[in-house]
Design a protein around this ligand. Structure first.
Ligand code: PEP
Ligand code: MG
Length: 844
């Protein structure tokens, strides 16, 4: 922000306390008089201020109005200034809107934005703001408006707050968005003011963009300081958050470096071919013409609307985008792991940046349209990040633009850019400057066989997502890539990070042979994964995959899945703007069964509520959603949702009846028997209506009450599947998403293991089987203990399957049973984990 501020020179005679204007026009007139008297404006500007009211609403909200003149009358401003009218009784600004502080602004350029930013910040401190409505000391008002909050302008260049510690950045990739997000989360847990200083640059520790703007690289020295009530504790928490990440950052960098060292195993063309070299990002060869993606230039029209409408639309778009990103992060975390999900969490955090949102609001207050203002705010912020010539920040600028685009498409769906629109119909190697996570996630795999980008690094989103999709990719190929002609034939080697151009027939034949050899090697690997998880003494555990969509089934099977033990159907609802109807759900379940080709499928009925909120269902807000109307409790209150889903499921069972449907249904978040009885009755009714075949009905055991009463519930169900993620959360009273406590929520805690044991015992009494589909099933040691506890089926993220199978195959059931008994007797989760070293087969 420009160092020149309006308030820095605000003299007391520009403040009028206890004013009693007769109405809005009177208030504007009085404020204008102060500005005229101070020589800030030409008297004609007072009229311009009134005219502005006719075309725009200058009520900012929370009792604050900011009258100002028309843009075209800026020439009537003689010098920058603001005048404040304090109206304790209030003056009606618009019907239903009362202003207590009238802040009249005269500004030649955008220097008044500093005042607006402070006002918007003040609005977040309701108590302080309300105090200013009646305060009888003008200096308090002046102080509030002169004071810059930490992220905007630190106390003084290079100065620290009262409590401090120094730290040298030891994250090999510098402070990129994922660790920075963790810093911000830690900082926001305390009321104290916290700042990070690097040299002369200071950033508010609670503002993500400000922190990223420091551009911290490995080896940089920073001072973290705090001030305020709990400053010491806040600083300690910050230190823990910062240093705790070091190990993970180093491990990530080591893994990336290892991948980068892999090129030796790439393909060597027989002829000498021109090539563009980059960094290997995702292994494999792709043969085909290249298609250079032109970055789509977006024109956002400036269509002013009232400030209220604009504010509401922006607020709604931000909320929906945050919810969508959260759903994406949640789904990605469950499918791939927290590291990949971090992309979306970090993007969501960018949306919480007050500077960014305030800038958009300010542009709207100036009279610009909401989409235009948002786009400008994103572009200006992204440009300031890219301008610093730091690769870490350039990456963040791309993230910001990507997330900005998501919001823009929510504000106005017509502004959704489809950069992938013009792809040729035949398969191509896509060449682009960079790809955003949304671009990569939206790739049409039928038309894109490989990716080569000019920018990015081995840990960039493109690289991570390409590996996830199994698509050969190279990154950081440089600008030369973009100059290539569309349609140039090429061979992309994702393992060596090379794009070989114009291959001869012999080169293509050699590349094909290489692909065939690789496929044969992979098939061998898959065959090993395809062996059953049979212990050395002959006990078999069924291994399922947690898969939500039919197109993910093939990948799960290639990892060695024998079934789908958990299909989370709420994801059919989460990533869209409306609820899928019966026919659409039927098609999905039928396609799942088809993809599984006779293998078992357990579909979980909708588990909405808790951490999985579906905005379009307009469910009432809950103070404590994990303990509220969630899962089965919601289904029983919303027969519309339940019936549609059950009808779709029974129709799918009926459609596949001749080939043996292998479908089971289970219900989440069951606490008590009456729920089971009511859900069973609903199933019986729907089945009778459709004349469908019987379907085994199970429940998830994820509430301690259900585990304790397992012997009672087992009489009424066909199977149990333990949701250890929730069972752990409810048994240990730790919110599964809690940033600080989540690490302590270990599903191998003896208390959780005892609940699992109770569940198995209760089930065995009635001849029922028990599976586990929570995260611990995918942990090789956890899986071994679960098998020892009598769990018969384990369902997990597909990529965890090979290691779990290997672990079980290297064990004897008798030894696993003994280990499980010892684990039940352990005093702590750490003691359970320590058993791993004593268990035979652990080295497998
Ligand atoms: C669980 O709670 O362990 C589970 C598998 O369900 P979700 O993670 O979807 O709540
Ligand atoms: Mg659960």
């Amino acid at each position: 922000m420009a160092p020149e501020t309006l308030t820095a020179t605000l003299p007391p005679d520009l403040v009028r306390l206890n004013a009693r204007p007769a109405g809005k026009a009177d208030a504007i007139g009085e404020a204008a008089q102060l500005l005229i008297a101070a020589g800030c404006i030409d008297p004609a500007y007072a009229d311009s201020m009134l005219r502005r009211e006719a075309v725009a609403n200058t009520f900012l909200g929370h009792g604050v109005a900011i009258p100002h003149g028309m843009v075209e009358d800026r020439n009537l401003v003689r010098r920058n200034g603001i005048a404040i009218l304090q109206v304790p009784q209030g003056v009606e600004w618009n019907p239903g809107q009362t202003a207590h502080l009238v802040v009249a602004i005269a500004a030649q350029s955008d220097s008044h934005l500093a005042v607006l930013r402070r006002l918007t910040r003040l609005m977040q401190d309701e108590a302080r703001l309300t105090g200013l409505f009646t305060v009888d000391d003008p200096s308090a008002l002046l102080a509030a408006l002169n004071e810059d909050q930490p992220s905007a302008a630190p106390s003084a260049p290079g100065s620290d707050l009262a409590e401090r510690f120094e730290w040298v950045v030891d994250y090999p990739a510098g402070l990129h968005a994922r660790p920075a997000t963790a810093w911000v989360e830690a900082a926001r847990q305390s009321a104290a003011r916290l700042q990070i200083r690097h040299g002369d640059q200071v950033a508010d520790a609670k503002a993500l963009v400000a922190i990223l703007q420091l551009g911290l690289r490995a080896g940089d020295s920073v001072v973290v300081s705090a001030e305020g009530e709990d400053a010491v504790a806040a600083l300690a928490r910050m230190k823990t958050a910062i240093t705790r990440l070091t190990a993970r950052e180093k491990a990530d960098a080591a893994a990336a470096a290892q991948k980068a060292r892999a090129p030796a195993r790439g393909w060597t063309p027989p002829g000498a071919l021109p090539a563009v070299a980059g960094i290997p990002a995702s292994p494999g060869l792709a043969i085909g013409p290249i298609h250079v993606l032109q970055s789509a230039e977006l024109t956002v029209p400036d269509q002013p609307v009232s400030l209220i409408e604009g504010g509401n639309r922006l607020h709604e778009a931000l909320t929906l985008t945050r919810q969508h990103l959260k759903a994406l992060a949640d789904d990605t975390a469950r499918r791939l792991g927290p590291s990949e999900a971090g992309i979306f969490t970090a993007q969501a955090e960018l949306l919480n940046d007050t500077d960014l949102v305030t800038l958009a609001c300010q542009l709207m207050v100036e009279g610009h349209g909401v989409a235009w203002s948002w786009h400008q705010a994103v572009e200006r912020t992204a440009a300031s990040l890219s301008a610093l010539d730091n690769p870490v920040l350039a990456g963040r600028a791309a993230d910001l633009r990507d997330v900005g685009q998501r919001v823009l498409a929510r504000i106005d769906p017509a502004l959704r850019i489809g950069s992938m629109r013009d792809l040729p119909d035949t398969p191509c190697i896509l060449v682009a400057d960079d790809l955003s996570p949304s671009d990569t996630a939206a790739l049409d795999m039928g038309r894109v066989i490989g990716l080569a980008t000019a920018q990015g690094g081995p840990t960039s989103h493109t690289a991570i997502l390409a590996r996830t999709l199994g698509l050969p990719a190279m990154v950081a190929g440089g600008g030369a890539l973009l100059e290539l002609a569309n349609g140039t034939p090429a061979v992309l080697d994702g393992q060596a990070g090379r794009l070989h151009l114009t291959p001869s027939d012999a080169d293509v034949a050699s590349a094909r042979a290489w692909i065939d050899r690789e496929q044969a090697r992979k098939a061998e690997e898959e065959a090993r994964r395809g062996l059953p998880a049979r212990t050395r003494d002959g006990h078999e555990v069924e291994i399922g995959a947690n898969v939500n969509r039919p197109d993910q089934v093939a990948m799960a099977l290639s990892q060695g899945a024998e079934s789908v033990g958990l299909m989370r159907t709420e994801f059919l609802f989460l990533e869209r703007a409306d609820a899928p109807g019966e026919d659409e759900q039927f098609e999905t379940y039928r396609a799942m069964l088809e993809a599984l080709d006779g293998r078992p499928l357990i579909v979980r009925a909708l588990d909405i509520g808790g951490d999985k909120q579906v905005p379009h269902l307009h469910l009432p807000h809950e103070e404590n959603p994990f303990l509220g109307v969630r899962g089965a409790r919601l289904l029983l209150r919303r027969p519309d949702l339940l019936d549609i889903q059950l009808r779709a499921l029974y129709r799918a069972a009926k459609a596949r009846a001749t080939s043996g449907h292998a479908l089971s249904i289970m219900f989440p978040m069951i606490t008590a028997l009456p729920e089971v009885q009511a859900l069973r009755a609903a199933c019986d009714r729907v089945r009778a209506e459709l004349d469908a075949p019987p379907v085994p009905l199970g429940i998830m055991v994820e509430v301690p009450a259900a585990a304790i009463q397992a012997d009672v519930l087992a009489r009424h169900v066909d199977f149990f599947s333990i949701g250890t993620n929730d069972l752990t959360q409810y048994a240990l009273a730790i919110d599964r998403q809690h940033p600080e406590l989540a690490a302590e929520a270990d599903s191998l805690h003896p208390a959780v293991l005892r609940l699992i044991r109770l569940t198995v015992e209760g089930a065995e009494r009635h001849g029922r089987w028990v599976g586990v589909c929570g995260g611990i099933a995918g942990d090789p040691f956890g899986a071994a203990l679960l098998a020892g506890l009598g769990v018969r089926e384990l369902s997990m993220t597909p990529r965890d399957i090979p290691a779990v199978k290997d672990r079980l195959r290297a064990s004897d059931l008798s030894a696993l049973r003994e280990a499980a008994l010892r684990a039940l007797d352990c005093e702590t989760a750490d003691a359970v984990r320590a058993l791993e070293g004593t268990l035979e087969g652990g080295e497998a």
